[in-house]
Design a protein around this ligand. Structure first.
Ligand code: C5P
Length: 240
């Protein structure tokens, strides 16, 4: 794998609370990583301007808002995400088949041709345990639910999933090689685990079949963030 290909797999998590902090990081890292992830905090504070700011640097955006609502509302919100030209955005698979199918259908009809936004499904949040699921009436093991929801998402026409690195092999097996798998919970061998519990290195995650890696603090908290990115690229290149 080339260094540029490895670089394109890195999605930097913009977990900052001000527009200027986000802009500083985008200006520092654009061209060095593949994409920037905007979550609920930044988007709630600054709205679409934060997406436009990133795109003005020529960089791609993963809009991590995890839509979960009635099918029409999610399809309409997704249309706005696609109009913002984000590369990736996501919905909760627990919103159900129709919600996902309507969204996938809208993308195909309203944004024909290549280059449209890709939509991912979140299966079971990695913060959820079997007890969390039981309390909401789901009596199945987490792993079984993850694979079941990934397969449902694929059937509905969704482009891929966000998943923990440990879930990648099972999802690959169930959903095939063209299904995108985006994994947070990645820790380069030089970094601390922070609050992440079940981590894999970038090399392990890519070797397991992950297409994109969401990485935040191993870069933002590094003494030299640019050098941290290059070290991550080295680790990924080493796998292929
Ligand atoms: O700093 P760190 O690399 O842990 O950041 C990972 C990012 O991925 C954060 O934005 C976090 O909210 C997100 N994420 C995660 N685990 C999930 C889903 C999202 O860490 N299961």
């Amino acid at each position: 794998m080339t260094r540029d290909h490895a670089r394109s797999k890195i999605i930097f998590a913009l977990d900052f609370d001000t527009f200027n902090a986000a802009k500083h990081w985008v200006s520092t890292l654009s061209g060095r990583v593949g994409m920037f992830k905007v979550g609920k905090q930044l988007f709630t504070a600054y709205g679409p301007d934060i997406v436009r700011m990133i795109e003005n640097f020529g960089a791609g955006v993963f809009l991590d808002l995890k839509y979960h609502d009635i099918p029409n509302t999610v399809a309409m919100a997704s249309r706005e995400a696609a109009r913002l030209k984000v590369k990736l955005f996501n919905v909760h698979a627990l919103g159900g088949y129709e919600m996902m199918a309507r969204t996938a259908e809208m993308l195909k009809t309203d944004f024909p041709g290549g280059g449209r936004s890709k939509v991912l499904a979140v299966t079971i949040l990695t913060s959820s345990t079997e007890e969390t699921l039981r309390a909401v009436g789901i009596d199945r093991p987490v792993e079984e639910m993850v694979v079941r929801l990934a397969a449902l998402a694929k059937k509905a026409g969704i482009d891929g999933v966000v998943a923990s690195p440990r879930e990648v092999p099972l999802i690959r097996e169930a959903c095939g090689k063209d299904f995108l798998i985006v994994t947070p919970g990645v820790r380069p061998s030089f970094a601390s685990a922070d609050d992440q519990k079940r981590v894999m290195t970038p090399a392990e995650a890519v070797a397991a079949g992950s297409d994109y890696l969401v990485i935040g603090r191993p870069i933002s908290a590094a003494p030299d963030p640019l050098q941290a990115v290059e070290a991550i690229v080295d680790e990924i290149v080493g796998t292929a």
